[in-house]
Design a protein around this ligand. Structure first.
Ligand code: UDX
Length: 444
């Protein structure tokens, strides 16, 4: 089939590479010529494990990239995978989706039936909006010349290639039989290669809502375990073992129960806000979602308060930050708990040195107002430091020159918000290491 994918971001570039892998003639369209050049040269426009190999395998044979929309004319399926950032009111901004819809409409010729698919996470009702914009721009009719479906993407950054090639489920929302059969055909290769994947068809609005409801549920799960971690610290229980014990119940499941300084990233904060807004708009109380958001912000503050209690005051203290991205194995530092926490440290009068293996460039770009010192080597964050705050559990942080860092610090204190470092080894070096929710046990 001929597939066009609008957007070469975290969703679009992986989706397009996967469709090429399944044998479809795929064209990525993006306004950024740098991304297009990279993809045509067989390189990845983003940092994502395994993506470059996939792109290199198909670039120039089945995978093409362009800044022009010409490919729409011959497309069987067009994916909209552009960004939907948050508006100041917390809702998802569909400006880019609307612009893509208009451009698609201008290039449809009505000679072949084209399925337009919303892959970006878009507010409920966006499929209708896209359909009317395409009708307006093309003069064609939805249902006859084209159809708009919803096919939300559930990939996790850092595991995007694995998630796209073998997802738990594919959710397809459409009311048209013809669209259903086009999309079944599109995913045929995936379903035979990944037989455990469930293919689920529903109506458009339900599909749109499944994405929000799933992300909010996962965010609630993490907020809940983080609240439990705070309670563990208060009563002297162990949050790691608590999460393990809870997860042994198959109805709860052991995933997404890792304590952290809070969830962030380009999906959870945006999607929970949008869902909460939708609830308010329809006068439908979503108190659990609202509580998960508030609880998450409290978790960021809780970590800074813990650091403040340990150092007595943060004013004039030097704090080294390990990890700026919202999680490891990504360069994504657009929406990250690190920003909120560094901002608080600076307001308290601390001097902050930061390191991240992949995310420093993006962090600097998105948070130019945060005056921190960027360190090329993780070890440099320890120079003269009163504390190290580990925010992102990058694997390489396990094997830093910890003896050297101990020698370089003014006070050898580490707050490991991911309970990730190995306490006995670091304690043997003379560090005072604390985690979250494990106060009186493993972390001593
Ligand atoms: C998420 C969803 O998982 C994915 O299905 C959706 O398509 C997009 O949003 P992603 O944003 O890539 O994916 O990150 P994810 O791995 O889900 O982590 C989100 C945040 O939760 C990160 O800050 C992560 O560190 C945190 N997290 C995750 C925890 O604090 N504890 C956990 O147990 C799991």
């Amino acid at each position: 089939m001929n597939v066009v994918c609008i957007g070469a971001g975290y969703v679009g570039s992986v989706t397009a590479a996967a469709f090429a892998e399944w044998g479809h003639h795929t064209t990525v369209v993006d306004i950024d010529p740098r991304k297009i050049e990279l993809m045509n040269a067989g390189q990845s426009p983003i940092y994502e494990p395994g993506l470059e190999t996939l792109i290199a395998r198909h670039a120039g044979t089945r995978l093409f990239a362009s800044t022009a929309y010409d490919g729409i004319r011959d497309a069987d399926v067009v994916f909209i995978a552009v960004g939907t950032p948050s508006t100041p009111s917390g809702g998802a901004d569909t400006t880019y989706v609307a612009a893509a819809a208009r451009r698609i409409g201008e290039h449809l010729n009505g000679e072949r039936f084209t399925v337009i698919v919303n892959k970006s996470t878009v507010p409920v009702g966006t499929a209708d909006l896209v359909a009317s914009l395409v009708e307006e721009a093309s003069g064609l009719q939805e249902g006859t010349h084209f159809a708009v479906a919803s096919n939300p993407e559930f990939l996790r950054e850092g595991f995007a290639v694995l998630d796209v090639l073998g997802p738990d489920r594919i959710v397809v929302g459409t009311g048209h039989d013809r669209t259903r059969s086009v999309l079944r055909q599109l995913y045929e290769r995936l379903l035979s290669a990944a037989p455990a994947t469930v293919y689920f068809e529903t109506d458009v609005r339900t599909a749109e809502l499944i994405k929000y409801a799933s992300n909010a549920f996962l965010a609630m799960k993490i907020s809940y375990v983080n609240e439990m971690a705070r309670l563990c610290e208060a009563v002297g229980a162990n949050a790691l073992e608590l999460a393990h014990g809870m997860g042994l119940d198959s109805r709860i499941g052991g995933k997404f129960l890792q304590v952290s300084s809070g969830w962030s990233g380009s999906c959870f904060p945006k999607d929970t806000q949008e869902l909460a807004l939708l609830g308010r708009h329809y006068d439908c109380e979503l108190s659990l979602v609202e509580a998960a958001i508030a609880s998450n912000e409290r978790m960021h503050r809780y970590c800074i308060d813990k650091l403040r209690r340990r150092l007595k005051t943060l004013n004039g203290k030097r704090v080294g930050i390990l990890g700026l991205t919202f999680k490891p194995d990504t360069d994504d530092a657009r929406v990250t708990q690190a920003a909120a926490m560094i901002r608080a440290l600076l307001e308290f009068g601390s001097q902050v040195r930061v390191h991240d293996p992949q995310g420093m460039e993006m962090f600097r770009r998105y948070y130019p107002e945060l005056s921190v010192r960027y360190c090329g080597k993780a070890e440099e964050t320890a120079h003269g430091a009163d504390a190290l705050l580990l925010l992102t559990h990058w694997e390489e942080y396990r094997s830093l020159d910890w003896p050297g860092m101990h020698a370089a610090m003014r006070q050898p204190y580490i707050l490991d918000t991911r309970n990730f470092l190995h306490p006995p080894a670091l304690q043997a070096l003379g560090f005072r290491l604390e985690g979250l929710g494990v106060e009186r046990s493993a972390f001593g």
